[in-house]
Design a protein around this ligand. Structure first.
Ligand SMILES: NC(=O)C1=CN([C@@H]2O[C@H](COP(=O)(O)OP(=O)(O)OC[C@H]3O[C@@H](n4cnc5c(N)ncnc54)[C@H](OP(=O)(O)O)[C@@H]3O)[C@@H](O)[C@H]2O)C=CC1
Ligand SMILES: Nc1nc(=O)c2c([nH]1)NC[C@@H]1CN(c3ccc(C(=O)N[C@@H](CCC(=O)O)C(=O)O)cc3)C=[N+]21
Length: 286
């Protein structure tokens, strides 16, 4: 059986072209979608992700701005900055790049962002809306994964989706979105006993662990759909996923590569959410 490789970069490219047209139309009506990203400190990985976001915004015609703050920034200074952006009508989306320095409480920051500008979909109000199946900003990585599965007509309803990883930004919400699509969902994590028993029964396996090549052929059922969320930097500087891509290729029906898989889709969904935020504001102004 030959596997289909779900190329996230190509799909992202296609979606960005569609969004460019939408943005042009919005601009013609006097609305310029604007995203503000706050980057604290000089973590090279964070800088590189933020650059990717800036580049993709420009490509789509979305106006973006990056506020770079020193690692010494206090929580109250950051809260003040967020308050200003919440009250700035020209700003539609606010994203605070994670992780934050240890002296800043991540949850305080996430909850300070207005839910109407929370294009990451991390605010508890938006998480609650997602859980109850309401219209909201979906968290970008899970939203990107769902978009990939749907674009490739992967059947979700009734299927067993196994998520390895339970973080608030990837594992938990991706499980919820798949549940909303009528999958049967199992969450696994570092305390799971006999992980193989679960992963081997997965029709759809989502790997969001952060350990290079953790998922191997022995973990999988033949014909499984594998989504690799992991982004791990190797010694040679190259990126690799949580799945042993070459080792499992013969066994799977669909698989996402790293790089050019989930990562570019995450950024694309951020742009989609920013457009949605700009539209939401326009509607309330009418
Ligand atoms: N492509 C993209 O757009 C994005 C990629 N990422 C990448 O995805 C990966 C995961 O990110 P994130 O969710 O933030 O990571 P976290 O470190 O927050 O979560 C990792 C999860 O993996 C679980 N885990 C760790 N070891 C094992 C094990 N041996 N067996 C089973 N489960 C295990 C942990 O369990 P426990 O809860 O018990 O500790 C935890 O739930 C990273 O590589 C990250 O860089 C992240 C965000 C976006
Ligand atoms: N508030 C917040 N929101 C986030 O969405 C967020 C965050 N913080 N912190 C870090 C994680 C990670 N993340 C990625 C985005 C794009 C790629 C991506 O585009 N990766 C490319 C490769 C990029 C490269 O070569 O460096 C790829 O996989 O092909 C990866 C990872 C968003 N995150």
């Amino acid at each position: 059986m030959s596997a289909t490789i779900i190329n996230g970069k190509e799909l992202a490219h296609k979606l960005k072209a569609e969004m460019s047209k939408e943005v042009a139309q919005m601009k013609a009506n006097g609305i310029v979608p604007h995203l503000t990203v706050i980057l604290i400190g000089d973590n090279p990985a964070s800088k590189s992700y933020v650059n990717g976001k800036r580049k993709a915004s420009t490509e789509t015609g979305i106006s973006s701005e990056v506020i770079e703050l020193p690692v010494s920034t206090t929580e109250s200074e950051l809260l003040k900055q967020i308050d200003q952006l919440n009250n700035d009508e020209a700003v539609h989306g606010i994203l605070v790049q994670l992780p934050l320095p240890d002296h800043i409480d991540e949850q305080h920051i996430i909850e300070a962002i207005s839910p109407e500008k929370d294009v990451d979909g991390f605010h508890p109000v938006n998480i609650g809306r997602m859980m109850t199946g309401q219209d909201t900003f979906l968290p970008c990585t899970p939203f990107g994964i769902l978009t990939m599965l749907k674009s490739f007509d992967v059947e979700i309803e009734g299927k067993h989706a196994v998520i390895v990883g339970r973080s608030n930004i990837v594992g938990k919400p991706v499980g919820q979105l798949l549940l909303n699509e009528n999958a049967t969902v199992t969450y696994c994590h570092s305390r799971t006993e006999s992980l193989l028993d679960y992963t081997r029964s997965a029709d759809i396996l989502i790997a969001a662990i952060g350990k290079p090549h953790f998922i191997k052929a022995e973990h999988l059922k033949k014909g499984a759909v594998v989504i690799d969320v992991g982004i791990n930097r190797q010694e040679d500087g190259k990126l690799t996923g949580d799945v042993d891509f070459d080792g499992v290729l013969d066994k799977v029906s669909y698989i996402t590569p790293v790089p050019r898989g989930v990562g570019p889709m995450t950024i694309t969904m951020l742009l989609k959410n920013t457009i949605k935020a700009a539209k939401g504001l326009a509607e309330s102004e009418r």
